[in-house]
Design a protein around this ligand. Structure first.
Ligand SMILES: C[S@@+](CC[C@H](N)C(=O)[O-])C[C@H]1O[C@@H](n2cnc3c(N)ncnc32)[C@H](O)[C@@H]1O
Ligand code: SF4
Length: 418
């Protein structure tokens, strides 16, 4: 783990205590006390497995996917059935893997969740470009999906080749998207691939908006240590330069708005983000749950997940019980991801003013030009977003890479210390 990440953690948590995840088990998740609760469902199946991808995924088979979804419905019942009534939730996101492969059962999952939760801000779901057909889109819309996110990566065949994927047919996608409308049509792109230029990225973004997207996510390529891929991203300097120029293009030339570090939108109502929630409940293997004082992560193994749920227990693999400062930096990290932070929300959540806990750090961030304050709300500047990107990259490699690297081999590790 980098020295800088460790020092930043110690400084911000005012403690040398690391993040310790243990195999502790709680049969009940105290979510009714949480406001702004989001829901997440993980569907880990893909038609083929990409060598660069770190997510919890496995090859699709109708039999395995069917058994998994039966177990998922049980997990929803175990969690939702532990409290009476219907808890108000913000959004529901289906991620993966490729959840669109289970398009015929998404309606069933949404109904199971709606028995216990009232979803107020719509339902999002991820698709592989191959799934963008009128039939699949119609099935998803009929099931209640309102936002879709398509993993394009690049419209340029040479970069699909670098990533070991086949070319994307933009025209087929365009006609399917014209037939079936969604409130948000987001497309994922990966940048900082070897040889990729500003012009390449610009043409990808232009094509996305021309064929029906109203939102794009532009992710920096991350070379996870445990993935088998051999592709190396551009150097840090080139990567940041590309990020800076493409951000300026999106904001200044295309007139898009930024609604998170990586996402840009052409319509104010278009949103696609499962991470920027104060609290969330996660269902399915590898899904995480964030509550007032703890964070949990489910087992990564599909078979162990199914076994656990059928034994009447939750599939939790690890739990961390946060200290107050640990929870605060988790909150600040993900809220700042949206590039906006209202100190009143922080105070409502923690019962203590932000200036009392992190007054010095926020004053310093303003002095350095990373944040500015508008009517009492902090907004991240272009410079701030640039450095946040640095920090996020280090955080991903220090924490997520290590944790996922272990969890993909051990369904229930005794502990992980980060
Ligand atoms: C679950 S996939 C999207 C849906 C579908 N499975 C697909 O690939 O089209 C989520 C997104 O994560 C991003 N991603 C995956 N591996 C990445 C990596 N190593 N670095 C950066 N982004 C990555 C890709 O943009 C991908 O579209
Ligand atoms: S990038 Fe998408 S299709 Fe490829 S392995 Fe990851 S989740 Fe599956």
């Amino acid at each position: 783990m980098s020295v800088l990440t460790t020092l930043a953690r110690m400084w911000l948590t005012r403690s040398t205590k690391p993040f310790t995840f243990r195999s502790e088990y709680d049969p009940i998740l105290p979510y009714p006390e949480c406001e702004g609760l989001g829901l997440y469902v993980h569907i880990p199946f893909c038609r083929s497995l990409c060598a660069f991808c770190p997510y919890c995924k496995t090859l699709y088979s109708p039999e395995k996917c069917g058994r998994y979804i039966d177990a998922l419905l049980k997990e929803i019942e175990l969690v939702g059935g532990s409290f009476p009534g219907r808890k108000k939730c913000t959004s529901l996101y289906f991620g993966g893997g490729t959840p669109a492969l289970a398009a015929d059962r998404i309606g069933e999952i949404i109904s199971a969740l709606e028995k216990h939760f009232e979803i107020t801000e719509g339902v999002g779901l991820e698709l592989h470009p191959d799934n963008v057909t009128p039939e699949v889109l119609r099935a998803l819309k009929a099931a209640g999906v309102t936002k879709i996110s398509i993993g394009v990566q690049s419209f340029l065949p040479q970069f699909q080749k670098t990533l070991g994927r086949k070319p994307v047919d933009a025209e087929t996608m365009k006609s399917a998207l014209r037939e079936v409308n969604f409130e948000t049509v987001s497309m994922d792109f990966i940048f900082a691939l070897p040889g990729q230029t500003y012009e390449d990225l610009k043409s990808d973004i232009d094509t996305a908006f021309a064929i029906g997207a109203n939102h794009v996510a532009i992710y920096p390529f991350i070379d996870f240590t445990f993935t088998p891929g051999k592709v190396k991203p551009l150097g840090k300097r080139e990567k940041l330069h590309l990020l800076d120029s493409i951000t300026r293009y999106c904001l200044e030339e295309k007139g898009l708005s930024r609604n998170s570090i990586w996402t840009f939108t052409s319509e104010t109502g278009a949103k696609y983000s499962s991470m920027t929630r104060d609290n969330f409940l996660g269902f399915g293997c590898s899904a995480t749950t964030l509550l007032k004082k703890q964070f949990k992560i489910n087992t990564f193994s599909v078979e162990e997940y199914i076994k656990r749920v059928y034994s009447g227990k939750l599939p939790t693999s690890l739990t961390i019980r946060f200290t107050k400062r640990q929870r605060m930096i988790y909150y600040l990290f993900w809220t700042l991801y949206s590039t906006r932070l209202d100190p009143r929300d922080f105070e409502a959540f923690f019962g203590v003013p932000l200036r009392k806990m992190y007054g010095f750090e926020f004053a310093l961030a303003r002095l350095l030009g990373f944040l500015k304050s508008e009517n009492g709300v902090y907004r991240m500047t272009l410079k701030g977003a640039f450095y946040y990107h640095h920090f996020e990259n280090d955080y991903t490699l220090a924490y997520i890479d290590k944790m996922w690297g272990i969890m993909r081999h051990q369904p229930f590790p005794a502990s992980i210390i980060l």
